[in-house]
Design a protein around this ligand. Structure first.
Ligand code: QAP
Ligand code: CO
Length: 169
């Protein structure tokens, strides 16, 4: 299985705004499978194409206990959002860092599946957090952007130090 390299904060490529997916071809199917494999191996519960340096509106997620409910959303749109919830988020692009983020509690989503068929559903709880987090990636936004500039600078320094230490281990 092809494993993809995940970009890490503060890589400027994470700030790229993704373009809509137009072709549901074999290349797209390969990318989706590689993104799912990369997410499961990490292990993570969500991954946006932006994080693997592909600037297309595509995300994968699986919040199930058994890791057997892959969700693929293409050109996703949130058509309704209600309530608010706070969840302690992490991100494969910001390894080892976790922080509380407030988001909508319940969302309605419109998207295309991996074959280009329209899907529409409502969700709440962890999956709603995950979809909002991954959709932020598609517009170049990271969960650390919700923190104060001072905290974000502390995160950047901590990651820099983690990388320095990891390279001598
Ligand atoms: C986004 O995050 C998310 O720091 C997906 O060392 C987060 O899969 C959605 C991970 C919270 C909903 C709630 C993070 C793995 C995985 C790390 C992830 C790490 C290893 C994060
Ligand atoms: Co993320």
């Amino acid at each position: 299985m092809t494993m993809l390299t995940i970009l890490e904060f503060p890589d400027p490529r994470l700030r790229t705004k993704a373009q809509p997916v137009m072709a549901f071809d074999v290349a797209l199917q390969g990318l989706i499978d590689a993104m799912l494999a990369t997410m499961y191996a990490a292990p993570g519960i969500g991954l946006a194409a932006t994080q693997v340096n592909v600037h297309r509106q595509l995300l994968v997620a699986d919040v199930s206990e058994e890791k057997n409910q892959p969700l693929v959303l293409i050109n996703p749109k949130i058509t309704l959002q209600t309530g608010q919830q706070v969840y302690q988020e992490g991100c494969l692009s910001v390894p080892g860092i976790y922080a509380d983020v407030e988001r909508a509690d319940r969302i309605e989503v419109q998207a295309l599946d991996r074959h280009g068929r329209p899907v529409q559903f409502g969700t709440d709880g962890l999956l709603a957090v995950c979809i909002q987090h991954e959709m932020d990636h598609l517009v170049g936004k990271l969960f650390v952007d919700y923190l104060s500039p001072l905290k974000r600078e502390m995160v950047r320094k901590k990651l820099e130090k983690q990388r320095r230490t990891a390279s001598v281990a």
